[in-house]
Design a protein around this ligand. Structure first.
Ligand SMILES: Cc1cc2nc3c(=O)[nH]c(=O)nc-3n(C[C@H](O)[C@H](O)[C@H](O)COP(=O)(O)OP(=O)(O)OC[C@H]3O[C@@H](n4cnc5c(N)ncnc54)[C@H](O)[C@@H]3O)c2cc1C
Length: 439
């Protein structure tokens, strides 16, 4: 039985606020450190906790969407972020959107008035000796603490920049156009290849060059490695630049024509289930709507559903697959938890979700109970399973999406029926999980 009577949280954003609430509601005292307003980040404007830094949308509320299912699950676990969001929601169709400032104000009031939560306005510059300790300092963790985290995890396992290529749902690919092969037939036929004729390539390059991009923030001076250059910057170097680099067709023969295509966009499998494919070398700053429009010009991707769009932005995150358990505990020190965007999830709600789990588990440690792992067939469990077990080479932050869930048994071919089966299973699984854990 632990003798500690409280937990310490660093960072009062989406994850830190949820963690504080979850632990306090479980009857455990919380000390929450938030550096604002003493020290601001480059994107926050207020001193409020859980301040949304950009969009005021928390995405869909429909349970048949990945984000909606995630919210349904979080509500069963008492999410404070969602409870406050509903109080200050603005009309947004089937999405949950909030009055940004009012939302952060309400979360702050709720936490400040909780008898078990103490909020300390101070920058934490080192890993505190307190245990349990939750680190939830987000994509813009202050420099001093980031260095301390680098010492804790090994600096090679701490990243400062996201350069993510779009990821698509495998079920929405047009396999009539795509062929499976590895370059020069080496190894397993591991890649899906979208072959382009000269006309198709030219049309793609034209669309890419005229598409709208997201401008970097002032603090995001882009210093790319050559390997991480946005695809549109490569295309701007010359008409053939892409087909001599990321889209090179050498060593690939299209079995339908028996010839080498003019250019090839390759797709690489992203998860063990083979439900997600990443567009190789397509890191981009294109606006999301533009990504859909431009990449759908590629043969085979005409109807592709994007489960994750490409982004390139400042983002502090750790290599969770080698560092974290799905309980969000550090493998090398079970008293330290990470939560939020710093773990490699992406988005307000995904970050908040981590906070609930870290807060719940840290409180369980204080009470002498074992931490819990969410079932991997729930959206919460699937995301935590992804960040803690991803086995590929390039670990990149991830949003909630149905491709993370295991295939239903027996497999369901129709996309809508598959989603319905996934939702039903996730809801049942979460209910059984909650009934089964001692609280
Ligand atoms: C420019 C930008 C735009 C974004 N736009 C969106 C969007 O539109 N939609 C979306 O879903 N997601 C967006 N995100 C991602 C978004 O940041 C996360 O989804 C979410 O805020 C992460 O929650 P978090 O709790 O992990 O971090 P945050 O909400 O950032 O909270 C971290 C907190 O820790 C504090 N902190 C940092 N260092 C210290 C320290 N050393 N000591 C004490 N306190 C500290 C910070 O002040 C902050 O309050 C954006 C991110 C950035 C950088």
């Amino acid at each position: 039985m632990s003798t500690t009577t409280h937990i310490t949280i660093i960072g009062g954003g989406f994850a830190g606020s949820e963690a504080a609430w979850a632990a306090a509601q479980a009857g455990v005292r919380v000390r929450l450190y938030e550096m604002r307003p003493v020290r601001q980040t480059p994107v926050h404007h207020t001193a409020y906790l859980a301040e949304p830094v950009c969009s005021n949308s928390f995405k869909s509320n429909l349970v048949t969407t990945a984000s909606g299912l995630l919210k349904w699950e979080m509500r069963q676990l008492g999410s404070i972020v969602l409870a406050c969001a509903e109080e200050v929601a603005v009309p947004a169709g089937e999405a949950l959107a909030v009055d940004r400032e009012l939302f952060a104000q309400v979360v702050t009031q709720r936490l400040e008035s909780h008898p078990l939560i103490e909020i300390v306005r101070e920058e934490v510059t080192d890993i505190l000796p307190d245990r349990p300790l939750i680190i939830a300092t987000g994509p813009l963790t202050s420099d001093a603490l980031a260095q301390a985290i680098g010492r804790l995890t090994g600096s090679k396992r701490l990243y400062f920049y996201d350069a993510v290529a779009p990821i698509v749902d495998a079920m929405t690919l047009n396999m009539e156009r795509i062929f499976v092969a590895s370059r020069y037939g080496k190894g397993d036929a591991a890649y899906l290849n979208c072959p382009m004729t000269r006309e198709e390539y030219e049309a793609f390059v034209d669309a890419l060059l005229s598409a709208e991009t997201v401008e970097p923030h002032d603090f995001e001076e882009p210093r790319y490695f050559e390997g991480c250059l946005p695809i549109e910057e490569i295309a701007a170097r010359g008409r053939d630049a892409l087909r001599f680099s990321r889209f090179k067709p050498v060593g690939l023969i299209d079995p339908r024509t028996g010839k080498r295509p003019y250019a090839v966009l390759q797709l690489r499998q992203e998860n063990l289930q083979g439900t997600l494919y990443g567009l190789v070398g397509c890191q981009t700053r294109l606006k999301w709507g533009e990504q859909k429009r431009v990449f759908r010009l590629v043969p085979g991707l005409e109807n592709a559903e994007f489960v994750r769009y490409g982004v390139m932005h400042r983002n502090t995150y750790i290599h969770s697959p080698t560092l974290l358990e799905p309980t969000l505990q550090l493998r090398s020190d079970a008293g330290i938890f990470f939560a939020g965007q710093i773990t490699g999830v992406e988005g307000y709600i995904e970050s908040a979700m981590c906070g609930i789990v870290a807060g719940l588990n840290a409180a369980r440690l204080v009470k002498g109970m074992p931490p819990v792992t969410l079932p991997p067939d729930t959206m919460m469990g699937a995301l935590l399973d992804y960040i803690s077990h991803y086995a590929g080479k390039d670990f990149q932050p991830m949003n909630a999406n149905f491709g993370l869930l295991p295939e239903p048994e027996p497999p369901v071919r129709d996309r809508h029926a598959r989603i319905a089966a996934n939702v039903e299973r996730a809801q049942r699984s979460l209910r059984e999980f909650l009934d089964g854990i001692q609280r």
